[in-house]
Design a protein around this ligand. Structure first.
Ligand SMILES: O=P(O)(O)OC[C@H]1O[C@H](O)[C@H](O)[C@@H](O)[C@@H]1O
Length: 296
């Protein structure tokens, strides 16, 4: 059953619901207006949540929530100039509007919208010159389908932006994972500052922060939870793989000690040299399909 909870002084507006699966034990999901951020999705009652949310995540109108699926738009990190604020753009700290919620059979679809009039007007948010319309469609069912689209509604000129869906996948132990689907793909290692080519699966034994130039059929094999999470993308030129590791995580006030071991970020997107250019009236859509299965 779908439920809408309006915002209060202490809580963001949110949508929660069941994921019926033909058994008496439905799965569940939750998404909040703040950043149209998904915080939870499990296709069955006994599935461990697919997403990680930190115990110390901020729940503040002008801060990002560490976990779930934050949206990075219209820039990624500090942007291509290296100077944009806040990190990852204003969309993840803005209140999105729930345009429509539909529940049909085993699937609930949420449609969110965001445009330039909804950008938080505070000093630490860089101004944006363009008019645009962003839509984020989230389809919660046995699989999770995400469609993010942007239209340049500004007759005055082109719009250039970066975009990523910064998914925090919950895992048993990040050090025991393998991420497949990136072998042979070039990447920028943001920790070392140099370029490499991936050979074989990605393993995370320390701080990892990489921007891959590809990756459309990814899988995360987690021997501790005994599951494989697949991430299939369309129109995404990049995959970012991130985990802060023990040392860096100690400097993040919104992660509890040891929590870095419980997630891996695998982020489809179009960033850096693959930023999207739109002429007036043009639009761009990126989509992602996520599913979980038992490890074979
Ligand atoms: O702390 P945040 O602004 O949420 O960013 C968290 C991380 O996001 C991405 O994965 C970037 O590649 C990292 O460089 C960054 O540290």
């Amino acid at each position: 059953m779908f439920e809408r909870h309006e915002a209060t002084d202490r809580a963001f507006g949110r949508c929660t619901g069941d994921v019926p699966n033909g058994t008496p034990h439905p799965g569940r999901f939750q998404a909040v207006d703040h950043g149209a951020q998904i915080l939870s999705w499990a296709p069955t009652a006994d599935t461990t949540d697919v997403f990680f949310v930190s115990e110390r995540a901020h729940h503040h109108p002008l801060k990002a929530i560490r976990g779930g699926v934050p949206v990075c738009f219209p820039w990624f990190g500090p942007g291509r100039s290296g100077r944009k604020r806040p990190s990852h753009g204003f969309a993840r700290i803005a209140n999105w509007q729930l345009e429509r919620a539909r529940e049909v059979a085993a699937v609930t679809t949420l449609d969110w919208r965001f445009d330039e009039t909804m950008i938080p007007e505070v000093d630490h948010v860089d101004r944006h010159r363009n008019r645009f319309q962003a839509h984020f469609q989230q389809v919660f069912g046995p699989e999770l389908e995400l469609r993010f689209s942007v239209r340049n509604t500004d007759p005055r000129g082109p719009m250039v932006f970066e975009l990523a869906l910064h998914a925090y996948f919950r895992v048993g132990d990040v050090r025991q994972l393998s991420v497949d689907g990136l072998s042979g793909v070039d990447y920028l290692d943001k920790v070392g500052g140099d370029q490499h080519t991936q050979i074989g699966p990605v393993r995370l034994t320390g701080e990892v922060d990489r921007v891959y130039a590809g990756g459309n059929r990814l899988s995360i094999d987690d021997p501790v939870l005994g599951r494989r999470t697949t991430v299939h993308t369309h129109n995404s030129a990049n995959t970012v793989v991130w985990n802060p590791g023990a040392e860096k995580s100690a400097s993040l006030d919104d992660l509890a000690p040891g929590e870095w071991q419980r997630f891996v970020c695998v982020e489809p997107g179009n960033v850096q040299a693959s930023a999207v250019h739109l002429h007036p009236g043009e639009s761009h859509e990126m989509s992602v399909r996520i599913a979980v299965e038992e490890l074979p």
